[in-house]
Design a protein around this ligand. Structure first.
Ligand code: HEM
Length: 242
């Protein structure tokens, strides 16, 4: 006969580190940083409607802003570091949360969602991967001038002149590239609307009115980003921006 061992210590199951709440807050904060960047970047992109001089001098200003107090490229590099750090945190937290959710739920059980919420919730990871791929292609195309860059990509001149307008028109004159940019803007909008909606929940703020206002801001930002950005490749393809 075996005797049950009475009084043997029950080991509590170890809580995963970092906690799920920490991961969600990290995703929320870095996600809001990204939305802010993409929205401000979209406003900067509108300089294209002012012609080559307008966009190129804006690109040059981005590199020289703050001089002489801050060294040349100082602001741009600070922004790049902030974006890369945010990206690493956002992606790592997304993978960790996805993995924990999968382990907890099992692969077959899914939440019962309907309509737009169902589509957006289920495509968050796929959308994130596509956006990441877009950022890599975009940097090669317009900033680094390698790989996906158009034939005749013009690097900055030694005197600091940037050819952002000419490079952009050359790039979007390729229909597949223009469609890739425009299509990705739709994916970004869906990603933003869903991600933005979950931010309040993730940082533990409830309240119906605040939630409605917050969701409306997310939808407005997403629509602004799609319309402002996607119009550019479409207008280049149509020959309006040349
Ligand atoms: C149709 C939409 C877009 C257009 C027309 C566009 C245009 C541009 C241009 C012209 C540059 C080069 C600027 C320069 O050399 O100073 C640039 C850089 C950049 N864009 Fe975009 N962009 C678009 C969408 C996006 C989106 C959605 C993201 C992020 C998800 C993004 C992220 C970046 C980043 C990270 C840089 C590099 C900034 C740097 O480090 O110099 N862009 N974009």
């Amino acid at each position: 006969m075996t005797l049950a061992r009475v009084g043997s210590p029950v080991r509590p199951s170890r809580a995963p580190r970092p906690s799920t709440v920490t991961l969600k807050v990290a995703m929320a904060v870095t996600g809001v940083i990204f939305v802010g960047f993409v929205f401000i970047h979209m406003i900067g992109n509108l300089k294209i409607y002012g012609g080559p001089e307008s966009l190129d001098s804006y690109a040059r200003w981005l590199r020289e802003v703050g001089q002489p107090l801050i060294p040349r490229m100082g602001v741009l590099w600070s922004l790049r570091v902030l974006l890369v750090v945010s990206l690493v945190i956002h992606v790592a937290a997304a993978i960790a949360l996805w993995w924990r959710g999968r382990k907890a739920r099992g692969p077959h059980r899914r939440r019962h969602l309907r309509g737009f919420t169902a589509v957006s919730a289920r495509t968050m990871l796929l959308g994130g991967v596509l956006i990441l791929a877009f950022v890599i292609v975009h940097l090669l195309d317009l900033t680094i001038g390698a790989g996906a860059a158009p034939a005749g990509y013009r690097p900055p001149d030694p005197d600091g002149t940037i050819h952002a307008y000419a490079n952009l028109v050359a790039s979007f004159s390729r229909p597949w590239m223009a469609l890739f940019y425009a299509g990705t803007m739709l994916v970004i909008a869906v990603h933003i609307i869903h991600g933005w909606r979950t931010v309040l929940q993730d940082i533990g703020i409830t309240g119906r009115r605040l939630r409605t206002v917050w969701i409306s801001i997310g939808v407005a930002l997403a629509i602004g980003i799609v319309l402002g950005n996607a119009a550019i490749p479409v207008l280049v393809l149509a020959g309006v921006i040349a």
